[in-house]
Design a protein around this ligand. Structure first.
Ligand code: ZN
Length: 340
């Protein structure tokens, strides 16, 4: 098969790869219907996370089951499935509490790389959720988004305790931040303030349910959020970047007793004890347990209630994956969908 490898900073190659095979009896092999480039793929792409040896890329996937191992009981050949970026058994105590991304058997979701024609999925019964029937092609982008970007935005909103009547601030206008807006709207948020400087992203944020746009950043951005909330700050803040500046912006934009849901992969973030102590802000986040929310998200998508697949503003054949990375790195695209 063909698949995507990262050899080093900005060195993405689409090349011949071994066909994935069943390794453990709980594995499945899927034929990818669609895949995409993640904002978190940009950390190694930019060399911020060093690449010591070439690695298979891609962890967001939807596809048709080609083959299952002998211990797979529920997932069947021919089903259209959506899975998460971590494989989980969905039966251990941590999974049952809703934290499948911390499953005691946690493994990479697609260890052979999902930016490929085929992928091996571990713990298939726990990881994969099938659709009742083969979905229409126009629903595939939204189902793919549930695999990570929308699932992560949903968890961020949930972790930020978004609910009816709440005012939500969103730090980060990438795919996850925008999906967080859509999730917050679904959860009944009254007001959704998005921090963004990009006209195209502002437009999609408004379409997804944002009520206010703040283009200021840092302390000025915080001041603007305070101004919009009678000096109090937001009840719920979604942090979808992962840098020192964005995390501080999120904490400081949140009112006493409020919640920050942080899902940007934190890189070298230090939180000063004293101001945090006096902030009275709840922090909750980490790798989103997408599997917890998949059934609910997929139902909303299959019923045509929401269309999170709109975050894909660039669609390329998988063979042009390198351009997909470049477009996101240069912020020419919010998110690139790849067609195998
Ligand atoms: Zn588990």
């Amino acid at each position: 098969m063909k698949g995507t490898m990262l050899y080093g900073a900005r060195d993405v190659r689409y090349e011949d790869r071994p066909d994935p095979i069943i390794v453990d009896p709980t594995d499945a092999i899927i034929k990818l219907s669609a895949t995409c480039v993640c904002g978190s793929d940009l950390w190694p792409y930019r060399g911020i996370d060093p690449t010591v040896e070439p690695r298979a890329m891609g962890h967001e996937y939807v596809g048709i089951v080609e083959e299952v191992g002998k211990d797979v009981k529920h997932i069947q050949k021919g089903q259209f499935v959506v899975g998460s970026f971590f494989a989980s058994d969905n039966t251990c105590e941590i999974c049952r509490s809703g934290y499948q991304t911390a499953c005691v058997q946690r493994q990479p979701g697609a260890p052979t790389g999902a930016q490929a024609q085929y992928a091996r999925i571990a713990l298939a019964d726990g990881t994969l959720v099938p659709t009742p029937a083969l979905p229409d092609a126009d629903l595939v982008p939204s189902l793919l988004s549930a695999s990570d970007v929308f699932g992560t935005g949903w968890f961020a909103a949930d972790a930020a305790a978004v609910g009816p009547g709440k005012t939500v601030a969103v730090v980060g206008d990438g795919g996850v931040g925008l999906c967080g807006v859509l999730a917050a709207k679904q959860m009944g948020a009254e007001r959704i303030i998005v921090m963004s400087r990009h006209p195209e992203r502002q437009k999609l944020a408004l379409e997804f349910g944002a009520t206010d746009i703040v283009s200021e950043r840092g302390d000025e951005g915080v001041a603007k959020i305070k101004e919009l909330t009678r000096g109090l700050g937001a009840h719920s803040t979604i942090e979808a970047v992962g840098t020192q500046e964005s995390m501080m912006q999120a904490i400081q934009s949140t009112r006493a007793g409020g919640h920050v849901g942080f899902v940007g992969v934190l890189h070298d973030v230090t939180i000063q004890g004293l101001p945090f102590f006096f902030s009275h802000v709840h922090l909750h986040g980490g790798p989103a347990p997408v599997r917890r929310y998949l059934p609910q998200m997929m139902e909303l998508i299959l019923n045509g209630k929401i269309n999170p697949g709109k975050v894909f503003d660039l669609t390329l054949p998988l063979s042009e994956v390198a351009e997909g990375y470049r477009a996101m790195d240069e912020r020419r695209a919010i998110k690139t969908l790849l067609q195998p």
